[in-house]
Structures are given as structure tokens and as C-alpha cells.
Design a protein around this ligand. Structure first.
Ligand SMILES: [Zn+2]
Length: 99
């Protein structure tokens, strides 16, 4: 579980945290304040995934084996885990700018 940025209670599960990406800020079940994943972390994760995917595309051509393209899926999961799941939740836009 991940702590809320306002009350520090571990109210956000990993699955819910990943969902915050698509659904926007989620409300803490303890203090009812919104929390979201910092935009900076989303940008880093997408950037890392694009770079990894380009490397996989290059490897696919080099090795002449299309199976390397499937590596894009674990690459996306790795990027989500490293930069989104492990990132601290932000409580408001000021947090986003300061960190
Ligand atoms: Zn809270």
C-alpha cells in the first residue's frame, strides 16, 4: 500500500495507483483529499518506454526475429513499476512543481 500525501495513511493500493493514471486524481479513503501521480513521473515513464521500444525495434531488424517486439510489453511494465508505482503520490499541483 502507498501512503496518502495528505494524511500519510497507506490507503492507496498499487492497482489503484496505476488506475489514477487513467482516471485522474483519486480520493483518499481516510481523509477524502485528492492524490495523483506527478506528471513529471508520467513523462519519465513514457519517455523510458519509447526509448526501450526503439531499441527493441532495432534489435528486431538486426536479429530478423519479430519476437523481440514482444519485449515492448515487459518494457512498459518495467517503466510503470520503476517510475509510477514507486513514485510518491502528489497531493496538489504545487507538489508536482516542487519535486
Ligand atoms: Zn489521506
Amino acid at each position: 500500500m502507498h501512503p496518502c500525501p495528505h494524511c500519510q495513511q497507506p490507503t492507496f493500493s498499487t492497482a489503484r495507483k496505476v488506475l489514477l493514471l487513467w482516471l485522474g486524481p483519486g480520493l483518499c479513503s481516510a481523509c477524502n483529499k485528492p492524490a495523483f501521480i506527478p506528471l513529471r513521473n508520467v513523462a519519465i515513464a513514457v519517455f523510458a518506454w519509447v526509448i526501450l521500444s526503439w531499441l527493441l525495434i532495432a534489435t528486431t531488424f538486426y536479429m530478423r526475429n519479430v519476437l523481440f517486439l514482444l519485449g515492448s510489453i515487459p518494457a512498459a511494465m518495467l517503466a510503470i513499476d520503476l517510475w509510477l508505482v514507486r513514485a510518491p503520490l502528489a497531493g496538489d499541483l504545487d507538489d508536482d512543481i516542487q519535486h
